[in-house]
Design a protein around this ligand. Structure first.
Ligand SMILES: CC(C)(COP(=O)(O)OP(=O)(O)OC[C@H]1O[C@@H](n2cnc3c(N)ncnc32)[C@H](O)[C@@H]1OP(=O)(O)O)[C@@H](O)C(=O)NCCC(=O)NCCS
Length: 321
């Protein structure tokens, strides 16, 4: 019995969908109102399938995501067990503030029927080899559950807790855009400002992927769902900030925020920038703004009126070299 890790190709798409779907016990219909009745896989539209865990749940959606992977900076690794693809790990090299140069371990899944046979460990070992060859300082991951299988897996591979994450919320009471600030659109092809700006909130992924996924998304506008998502720049007389706002799919009075500000964050400028973001959110009908951040930016967000709702899973790192 042996595990072989190699680069994934488009020919692996069906097998990868099989891997990811192995974790879903019950499939459901979805509509703009939310989750509906239980269903069988074949009855569901591609979009309904992706609601169970993203583009990996449907071959057509994953093929579309594959088109985008290069732009998102993703290298897909797949693991074969006795010649059958049974697991995968997406990795992203990034160099961004405030972290520096690192290898991020993004999506990792092993087929339910092939777990505890060393498949994930082999994928992580291959990623570590690539990180060493590229001479990055460390690997970074956010396990699904620190105390669950993923956290135990990464800790057994030498990863240690690096920093905590927090979910925060702010309520919005129809503020106005401060008169000295200006809103502007963001040029579609603007590269992520990873070395000049820091992502003070929006830590649903690393800064590079969040930028390409939200601000510089090349997703076709979806007609399936009626929810707003937009990215804008906020200009003060000396600085430019960028944000992305997205209404929640099934609760349109709530939106999520991702914000990039010049590093190091300037509290005074940010006060007005957050007010501007809240004004735009209120134009979209958003009453509650949600976001996620890492411990170093919690105080900044609290000053902008956010309160901590819960603690998220921590990020883990492993130093290389
Ligand atoms: C987490 C996951 C990727 C592990 O894959 P795997 O191939 O079974 O892991 P491995 O066999 O390589 O395990 C290596 C070590 O990790 C730890 N480990 C892995 N799964 C574990 C579990 N369910 N409970 C306790 N420890 C676990 C053990 O130390 C294990 O070594 P051992 O089997 O010699 O005791 C797999 O369970 C999975 O796909 N889960 C669902 C998706 C997920 O959580 N992905 C991770 C997102 S960050």
């Amino acid at each position: 019995m042996s595990v072989k890790v190699r680069l994934g190709t488009r020919n692996d798409i069906d097998a990868l969908v099989d891997v990811e779907c192995s974790d879903v016990e019950t499939w459901y219909h979805f509509s703009s109102k939310g989750r509906g009745d239980p269903a069988v896989y074949d009855e569901l539209s591609p979009w309904e399938r992706t609601m169970h865990g993203g583009p990996w749940m449907d071959a057509a959606a994953l093929a579309q995501y594959w088109d985008d992977m290069k732009r998102l900076g993703i290298t897909p690794l797949v693991a074969e067990f006795n010649g059958k693809v049974v697991g995968h790990l997406d990795i992203i090299f990034s160099d961004e503030l405030p972290l520096g140069r690192f290898l991020y371990l993004d999506v990792l899944t092993v087929h339910k029927a092939y777990r505890r046979r060393g498949v994930a460990r082999a994928l992580i070992k291959e990623a570590e080899g690539l990180a060493r060859r590229r001479k990055v300082g460390f690997m970074l991951v956010e396990p699904q559950e620190y105390e669950g299988p993923s956290g135990l897996l990464y800790r057994s591979c030498g990863f240690e807790k690096a920093f905590d994450t927090y979910h925060l919320e702010a309520s919005i009471n129809r503020p106005e855009v401060p008169s000295e600030l200006r809103l502007a659109s963001i040029p579609k092809l603007l590269r992520p400002p990873l070395k000049t700006h820091t992502m003070v909130c929006g830590w649903y992924n690393i800064s590079a992927k969040m930028w390409y996924y939200s601000v510089n998304s090349n997703l076709e506008p979806s007609h399936t769902l009626l929810h707003h998502r937009l990215a804008l720049a906020v200009l003060t007389d000396i600085s430019t900030h960028f944000f992305h706002l997205e209404q929640e799919l099934f609760n349109r009075s709530t939106g999520t925020l991702c914000l990039w500000t010049p590093a190091p964050p300037n509290q005074k400028a940010l006060r007005d920038v957050f007010q501007t973001v809240k004004a735009v959110a209120s134009w979209l009908g958003i009453e509650t703004l949600k976001t996620r951040t890492i411990e170093r930016y919690v105080a900044t967000l609290k000053k902008a009126g956010f309160i901590i709702k819960s603690r998220g899973e921590p990020y883990l790192t492993k130093n290389i070299g």
